[in-house]
Ligand binder design. Structure first.
Ligand SMILES: [Zn+2]
Length: 100
């Protein structure tokens, strides 16, 4: 009785599906974008600041972003994160002013 224990398929590498990368982005991966010629860091946030009474004024539309609203923070790559501004996600795409 010649039993073969050999696996018929070659070992597959554990490749991460692309969806995982999207999850990381949803969780707030920082990216770099050039806005009006200025390289900026852009980071998604779920707006769940420790201070629940917090809201932020969007520089594009001047409408406050309420606590818990997913939005973006952006700041010039050559300045400190402390200079970040909070934008509605759509507003960041339309924004054509300067940061910092
Ligand atoms: Zn806005």
């Amino acid at each position: 009785m010649g039993r073969s224990n050999r696996p018929s398929r070659g070992k597959r590498q554990n490749q991460e599906p692309e969806e995982l990368n999207l999850d990381l982005i949803r969780m707030g991966m920082k990216r770099t974008e050039v806005k009006n010629g200025v390289p900026c860091f852009v980071q998604p946030t779920n707006g769940r600041s420790e201070d629940r009474s917090k809201s932020w004024i969007c520089p594009n539309c001047t409408v406050p972003i309420q606590w818990g609203t997913s939005h973006l923070v952006a700041w010039p790559a050559d300045l400190s994160v402390e200079t970040r501004r909070h934008f509605h996600t759509r507003c960041w795409e339309m924004y054509n002013g300067y940061l910092g």
